[in-house]
Design a protein around this ligand. Structure first.
Ligand code: PHE
Length: 352
């Protein structure tokens, strides 16, 4: 048996050496190592040997099998290499040929807007944060001065999640980024200068609403923060984001979590805030000289308390606006339906 194995190995070495191409080599492989191959047959025969011979013969047989496999591998590579060295002679690469440019994408307009807004606020010391988009009722409503069963949950078109109710109430898809206010205060690092950006969800879909959209939420809490600080920050943002000629105005409004509360308007970039178009008619974009941006106000003492901050020592302001909406008011951007950026139509997206 040992002799047979050694003889077989010699025979294999010879045929492998003579093989001229990959096909020939494969033939050899099948003949010796295939299911019905000669070496395979010998290996099977080991089982029938007398017990005292089996270990020695078995070990050699396996060793030969490994060596043969290696031999085949080396030869295979040699043949393949040979193939390419011939190619190198017959087909030379033309390095002067112009390349093929791969398709090049860019960031989605919403991502671009998020980056720009983050940068503008970071320049005046506001840190970008992120808070959960699926959160407890406590953070989205109750801690924001909206007791259980307050109708605000309907006004915000809230999606409720079918999850077990905890001490912090039901679970909701956050309808605004204001859930970040108390979460940020809970970190107990004062003063707070936060810009929280995230996705929001509301049961709504029409030309000015999408069920998933983005908001950026500003929160500034420190000693002696006043409405003038709010105005200053808003004007700064308006000029940076929309252009130097733009200003903001505050209109009284109501939110449970701010007191006083405002709706923020920005002067229209088309008519320059006059409300009158070039044709001496009402401006077609704003009709009044102003465009509505979103809500703001001075943080309600109950919200500060919910976040563990003493309203006698600290005060603050907050604002929360939709990213898509704000971006659409940028000069030169003409998008008349908020849903368009989410249709994934490259003909549209490529323009930005
Ligand atoms: N969260 C409010 C909304 O989504 C906006 C807001 C934020 C108002 C902060 C006041 C202060 O409508």
């Amino acid at each position: 048996m040992l002799d047979k194995l050694k003889a077989l190995k010699k025979a294999i070495e010879k045929v492998v050496d003579q093989a001229k191409d990959a096909a020939g080599l494969e033939q050899v492989e099948i003949e010796y190592l295939g299911r019905k191959g000669k070496l395979t047959a010998l290996l099977k025969g080991v089982a029938d040997l007398a017990e005292q011979d089996r270990p020695k013969v078995g070990a050699l047989a396996n060793q030969i099998k490994r060596e043969v496999q290696q031999l085949l591998e080396v030869k295979k590579r040699a043949l393949a290499g040979g193939q390419f060295s011939v190619l190198g002679e017959t087909e030379r690469e033309d390095v002067t040929e112009p390349g093929i440019r791969p398709p090049e994408g860019h960031l989605h307009i919403v991502t671009q807007a998020i980056r720009e807004i983050t940068q503008i606020f970071s320049n005046i010391g506001f840190m970008r944060t992120r808070y959960p988009e699926v959160d407890w009722d406590w953070y989205a409503f109750e801690s924001l001065n909206m007791p259980p069963d307050h109708p605000a949950r309907d006004e915000w078109e809230t999606f409720f999640v079918d999850a077990p109710i905890s001490k912090k109430g039901k679970m909701v898809l956050t309808p605004h980024t204001s859930n970040g206010q108390v979460r940020e205060l809970e970190r107990h690092e004062l003063p707070v200068r936060m810009i929280s950006i995230g996705r929001c969800y509301r049961r709504q879909s029409d030309i000015t609403h999408v069920p998933m959209f983005h908001q950026f939420e500003g929160l500034y809490v420190d000693k002696q923060v006043s409405i003038s600080h709010l105005r200053g920050v808003l004007d700064y943002f308006a000029k940076e984001f929309f252009g130097s000629g733009r200003t903001t105005r505050l209109r009284p409004h109501h939110f449970p979590f701010t007191e006083p509360s405002f709706e923020i308007d920005i002067s229209c970039g088309i008519c320059g805030g006059t409300g009158v178009g070039k044709d001496k008619q009402k401006c077609r974009v704003c009709k009044s000289g102003w465009l509505e941006l979103g809500g703001a106000g001075m943080v309600h003492p109950n919200v500060l308390k919910a976040g563990g901050v003493d309203p006698k020592k600290y005060s603050g302001f907050a604002f929360g606006w939709g990213i898509e909406r704000t971006y659409m008011m940028k000069e030169g951007i003409q998008i008349d339906d908020v849903r368009t950026p989410y249709k994934n139509d490259l003909r549209f997206l490529k323009q930005f």
